[in-house]
Design a protein around this ligand. Structure first.
Ligand code: UD1
Length: 423
């Protein structure tokens, strides 16, 4: 297995270009299943473990795929297999994204039921409810979701989500674009990744109103074209790199971003005492000597994202005072806290709130990654800790951060990737 060995105390400074968004790449790649005869060219797809896993799944279904230099060429012309097996789905819950497009195109799909998750229950009831509203019959047997439709096509329907869900909104959209008639989605997720999916589907020829809002209206079309598309930047990678500069009293400029999408996060950096300047496509952050405590609540977009919660807690260990960080999306997403405390932080958990008492001098030791963003918070802590921090099980980090140690080293960090055996 790989670990990251971080020699802390170095300032993160300089300029860097953001990678493409992981969480918009996945539904975009899934949406290529909707086209019968062409080849897509997708630019700015990050080279990550989650992308490899997802393309492995699409290859298994029958797609032809070539991926190099962040450009993915994909044709779903020859899909033969309508079953997503456990071995691939268990590696990544987002595999459920193939359900909607396969059902819309073939009238049938079998997807292994995704398992649990390191940070609490993650049901898929809303995905299934949406498919049923569009005319699918769902049965769950032998660990598989079996979805079929009676006639040839799904039909339009009214989908009212009781909870805002990125994945269920994406699946509903991909099913509705080829359905007969009109579909409305109420309380749709308005995350930029869903807006990007809408833009992608519209470029293919889909008819969608309300893009970027929580009320979507989709008029089904007969067929969708293969297209060339440029993916958007990764707002979570960007937020993590900004936090790396903030926690080390650094000074960073990140290019090729859309600052508008990061308003809630940038506002918190300012409250924490950092100076933030933006242009149309760049963000510059300068960190002050003393960070200030902040209260943050993670909620659906446009609020502060749950995917930045763990990194923010790491940052607040260095703030001068007590911070309260509440997660209203995933109430149990706090696996990083015991590990941060092992580095010397003083963080308590009360229900879905972390209370961070800062500033605390951190000192390096071995810590264990438990999920993607938890790993990122441990790397941030390692950057500021005295001595050497070893972040074990770094495969979690590799799922979602492209060349993270290379990027950080180019900005002044001292991180090496080493092999180790777990006993
Ligand atoms: C996506 C992101 C993930 C992020 C999350 C929330 C991808 C690949 N992953 O995950 O990084 O943390 O959004 O921004 O884009 N829920 C249900 N039933 C469902 C589906 C969801 O109750 O059928 C609940 C979840 O338990 C959670 C909330 O809805 O409390 C939001 O989850 P959701 O937006 O669906 O997360 P994902 O799409 O899985």
């Amino acid at each position: 297995m790989d670990k990251l060995v971080i020699r802390g105390g170095r300032r993160i400074s300089g300029s860097i270009t953001a990678s493409g968004s992981k969480n918009s790449s996945l539904p975009i790649i899934a949406a290529t299943l909707l086209n019968k005869n062409g080849t897509f060219t997708l630019h700015r797809i990050p080279d990550l473990k989650d992308i490899t896993t997802f393309t492995q799944l699409l290859r298994y279904l029958g797609a032809d795929i070539a991926f190099s230099d962040n450009t993915l060429k994909i044709s779903s012309r020859n899909i033969k297999n309508l079953q997503a097996p456990y071995e691939l789905v268990k590696k990544m819950r987002a595999s459920i994204y193939v359900l909607g497009p396969m059902l819309a195109r073939f009238g049938h799909a079998r997807v292994s039921f995704p398992g649990g998750c390191a940070f609490g229950p993650r049901p898929i009831d809303l995905h299934l409810m949406a498919m049923e509203k569009l005319g699918a019959t769902i049965t769950i047997k032998t660990g598989f979701i079996d979805a079929t439709i009676q006639g040839e096509k799904l039909h339009g329907g009214n989908i009212d989500f009781p909870v805002s869900s990125v994945g269920a909104t994406g699946n509903a959209l991909m099913a509705a674009v080829l359905a007969e008639g009109t579909t409305t989605i109420n309380n749709a997720a308005a995350e930029p990744e869903i807006e990007t999916l809408c833009n992608f589907l519209m470029a293919m020829g889909a008819k969608i109103k309300g893009t970027g809002t929580t009320e979507l209206e989709i008029e089904g079309v007969k067929s969708l074209d293969a297209i060339e598309f440029h993916n958007v930047f990764d707002r979570i990678e960007t937020g993590t790199l900004l936090a790396a500069a903030a926690i080390t009293e650094g000074n960073i400029t990140i290019h090729d971003v859309e600052p508008e999408q990061m308003k809630a996060v940038l506002k918190k950096f300012v409250q924490a005492g950092c100076t933030v300047d933006t242009t149309e496509n760049s963000i510059t952050l300068k960190s002050q000597h003393k960070l200030l405590p902040t209260d943050v609540t993670a909620k659906p977009y446009p609020a502060f994202p749950t995917d930045m919660q763990a990194q923010w807690i790491a940052l607040m260990t260095q703030a001068d005072g007590t911070s309260h960080i509440t997660d209203k999306v995933y109430h149990e997403r706090f696996q990083h806290i015991p590990e941060l405390n092992r580095l010397g932080a003083h963080i308590e958990i009360h229900k879905n709130q972390a209370i961070v008492h800062g500033p605390k001098r951190l000192s390096g030791t071995k810590v264990m990654s438990t999920d993607l963003r938890a790993s990122a918070s441990l790397v941030l802590a390692g950057l500021v800790a005295e001595g050497t921090t070893e972040v074990l099980r770094v495969y979690h980090l590799d799922r979602g951060y492209e060349k993270i140690e290379i990027k950080l080293n180019n900005l002044g960090a001292d991180i090496s990737r080493e092999k180790y055996n777990e006993f």
